[in-house]
Design a protein around this ligand. Structure first.
Ligand code: NAP
Length: 505
């Protein structure tokens, strides 16, 4: 594969991470970069997840780039469409659009050691770049469970992250499989318009009250006129959730007690029937699976057109689902709210490093990196939202901005030192991952429930085990001593010629 021009940077993915990197590059004065995105617009997971009711659980004032506050949020928690519009606006405002190639999928990326560059194969042709920024998002690849007979189903079936807007569901018999954060939003949103909704619950979630409310036009005007006010709100929310939730999740579960009382009280108040309440009561430690927030979930489950099935799924047939008790439920549309495969991203199979091995081969089901960002054997690769960076309590945008600072400083350091290559030292990566696993052993996420935080080898390769400000501190500057830096490689013939031309000392 011959690529004409070698870009300084190629970015894969136009969600918060990839778009943020493109914006920061522009701010640094860099112009020779390309941003590819397989979707038809920017937004990443927020572009892909267009299901009814999609809204972020992190407060609006915290869920934005710190350098691009948005006074236009209409809700205290941002709606999917508004996040999408915000990111589109950022792409335009910061001059990133000319660098974007939408509808362009990464098919393969190979490190060419002799040329010290990445060669990318995309659905739009070849691209070469010195540095590859992979920002595929963690929640981008739908998980389709192996349910017996699923392939036999003849009605309409789709995943929440691939919503079929051509099916308005009106008057239909709909089945939803799953009770995670997506289902908790979808079910109340569609329940009023379907004729029958059958919800297949394997594990009931802990459901916390939702504090969503309108941001009044007057408040929005105040944010516009007085940006410091919104910054103050942002700082307050950040500190509050960090202090209220992070200690309980990462250090001492006693701090989660108040949250447990609140969710139990909510369940008791909102579900008066003791039999139903028992079926909706989780048996795992609060916080082990992701906490979900809704004021509409329990009321929707008690609507007369909703059946809660908790006996499991025996099999799917052409037009029905047979549950674990042998009862057959007739279905027109089947919605899989079954989550994602964050530890098995397809992009990991497509990126091949120094020894020709893919990330997936090296990781073998358990992603590992240094600071969730760089990987031994994969020079000049920066991963965004990489291993062990996810949070259970606050905004991932905060973590991504920490990564942005680190990535930009890596590029500056390379320029300053005349380096053409950086690669994290294996012993540094190993020590870091050992530390992560040691610390995770004492967290709420490792208390034995099954969740998408635990990979197929039983290892937690998803969560960050501390405060977010600790990660910010550790990524403030690129720690070159943790890396092997190599100068630009000179072919032997050219090196000999240069030596013979050099004036005698
Ligand atoms: P999820 O949390 O992984 O939930 C998947 C659901 O599908 C679980 O209830 C799971 O049951 C069920 N399931 C999986 N395989 C099944 C099978 N074979 N049979 C029956 N049930 C099965 O996925 P998600 O709801 O899409 O959420 C993923 C993450 O996305 C969230 O944790 C959150 O971080 C993010 N998200 C955020 C928001 C928000 O901010 N509001 C909204 C949506 C998603 P088990 O629990 O028994 O495994």
């Amino acid at each position: 594969m011959e690529a004409a021009h070698v870009h300084e940077v190629a970015i894969v993915g136009a969600g918060f991470g990839g778009l943020g990197m493109a914006i920061r590059l522009k701010q640094e004065g860099a112009d020779d970069f390309v941003l590819i995105e397989r979707g038809d617009d920017v937004g990443g997971t927020w572009w892909a997840n267009s299901y009814p009711g999609a809204q972020c659980d992190v407060p609006s004032n915290l869920y934005s780039f710190s350098f691009a506050p948005n006074p236009d949020w209409t809700r205290a928690y941002p709606l999917r469409d508004e996040i999408q519009a915000y990111l589109r606006d950022c792409a335009e405002r910061y001059g990133v659009v000319p660098h974007m190639r939408l509808g362009c999928e990464l098919l393969g990326a190979t490190w060419v050691a002799g040329e010290q560059r990445w060669e990318l194969e995309t659905s739009h042709g070849a691209i070469a770049a010195r540095v590859l920024v992979a920002a595929p998002g963690l929640l981008s690849e739908p998980f389709e469970p192996a349910i017996p007979g699923l392939e036999r189903f003849e009605g309409n079936a789709f995943h929440t992250a691939r919503w079929d807007h051509g099916d308005d569901l009106a008057g239909k018999r709909v089945a939803v499989i799953g009770t995670g954060a997506s289902a908790v939003q979808v079910v109340p949103a569609i329940q009023p318009r379907v004729s029958r909704l059958t919800l297949f619950q394997r594990t009931p979630p802990w459901v916390a009250p939702h504090a969503d409310h309108e941001v009044t036009p007057r408040m929005r005007e105040a944010y516009r006129r007085l940006p410091a006010l919104q910054q103050l709100s942002r700082a307050f929310i950040y500190s509050l959730v960090e202090l209220l939730l992070a200690p309980g999740m990462t250090r001492d579960r006693r701090y989660l007690k108040p949250a447990e009382w609140i969710v139990k009280l909510k369940l008791r108040r909102e579900v008066p029937d003791p039999g139903l309440r028992r079926r909706l009561t989780p048996t795992f430690q609060l916080g082990c699976k992701r906490l979900v927030f809704s004021n509409a979930w329990y009321p929707a489950l008690q609507a007369p057109n909703v059946d809660l099935v908790s006996s499991g799924i025996h099999e799917v047939r052409e037009h029905s689902i047979v549950d674990g008790d042998g009862v057959e439920h007739e279905i027109d549309t089947l919605i899989l709210a079954t989550g994602f495969t964050p530890a098995e991203l397809p992009i990991a199979e497509r990126i091949r490093g120094r020894e020709g091995r893919s990330l997936a081969e090296v990781w073998d089901g358990s992603p590992q990196a240094y600071l969730g960002t760089t990987v031994t054997g994969f020079p000049n690769l920066l991963l965004f939202y990489g291993p062990n960076l996810n949070l259970g309590h606050t905004s991932i945008v905060y973590m991504l901005e920490s990564q942005l600072a680190y990535a930009i400083d890596a590029l500056r350091t390379m320029r300053r030192r005349g380096a053409a290559e950086f690669e994290v030292r294996p012993e540094v990566q190993d020590a870091y991952n050992e530390e992560m696993q040691d610390r995770l052993a004492g967290t709420v996420w490792n208390t034995g429930c099954s969740s998408w935080y635990i990979d197929r080898n039983g290892r937690n390769s998803i969560m960050w085990p501390g405060y977010t400000f600790e990660y910010r501190r550790r990524t403030r500057r690129f720690d070159a001593e943790a890396y092997r830096l190599a100068p630009a490689w000179t072919p032997p013939a050219r090196a000999a010629a240069a030596a013979s031309e050099a004036p005698a000392a």
